[in-house]
Design a protein around this ligand. Structure first.
Ligand code: 13P
Length: 250
């Protein structure tokens, strides 16, 4: 049985004092949960987040990292830096980074490898645009993105990668993929992994759904056969709403 992994992606929101307050309010609400809970926060919140989450069942993640450890890359943060303060997870290749910051399948692949080198667990995002979906290319796009992202990884690394299937048209729009659609896309990703890395790896890898997940639809989505939890944007900014999502099975 795969564990459900539910991650919040705060994007460019929350000041340190807000992050601290969030965790103080949120942690008692989810302390009985048997799901894996991750908060991916801005760099400036990470240290405060790590300290405040100590002794709770909440793990802390970043939202991006560079693919080198050090060097002349003004404004960048490396995986090594994240690891040095105790961060455990990092989102890689979010569609907003692909769209606005020239992230490519190649940089995504380099970053994933570097994340593993630094013992960070990557949450890798794939997803199709509305246009691609309307052209019937969803499966082709998301399986290709997955294949390129994971290229050159060992079976063990693939097994430890968290994949987030986030259809771009469902992000921040209030439009959620139907649970059947999301499940079918995730099955396609899993079957590509099975083809490339074998059935055992494919059955163990965590694949989340993301895109307008909220308290009201979490249960229906997360109870599908292949959806192993979610990557949640807007609804992860409010402790009560995010707790409803985490506690979908209570
Ligand atoms: P929303 O939940 O706000 O649609 O965002 C999804 C997302 O991009 C999470 O990474």
């Amino acid at each position: 049985m795969r564990k459900k992994v539910i991650a919040g992606n705060w994007k460019m929101n929350m000041l340190p004092n807000e992050a601290i307050q969030f965790i103080e309010e949120f942690s008692p609400l989810v302390k009985e949960s048997n799901n894996e809970i991750i908060l991916c926060m801005p760099y400036t919140d990470l240290f405060y987040g790590l300290l405040t989450a100590q002794g709770t069942n909440i793990k802390i993640g970043a939202q991006n990292m560079h693919f080198e450890d050090t060097g002349a890359y003004t404004g960048e943060i490396s995986g090594k830096m994240l690891k040095s303060i105790g961060v455990e997870y990092v989102i890689i290749g979010h569609s907003e980074r692909r769209q606005y910051f020239n992230e490519t399948d190649e940089t995504v692949n380099k970053k994933i490898k570097k994340a593993f080198e630094n013992e960070l667990r990557p949450i890798v995002c794939v997803g199709e645009t509305l246009e691609q979906r309307e052209e019937g290319k969803t499966e082709e796009i998301i399986t290709k993105q997955t294949e390129l992202a994971l290229q050159g990884l060992t079976n063990e690394q693939v097994e430890n990668t968290i994949i987030a299937y986030e259809p771009i048209w469902a992000i921040g729009t209030g439009k959620t993929a139907t649970s059947d659609d999301a499940n079918n896309s995730i099955k396609a990703i899993r079957s590509k992994i099975s083809e490339n890395y074998g059935q055992n790896v494919a059955q163990r890898v965590i694949i989340q759904y993301g895109g307008s997940v909220k308290g009201a639809n979490a249960r229906e989505l997360f109870e599908m056969s292949d959806i192993d939890g979610g990557l949640v944007g807007g609804a992860s900014l409010k402790p009560e709403e995010f707790a409803k999502i985490v506690n979908y099975n209570k």
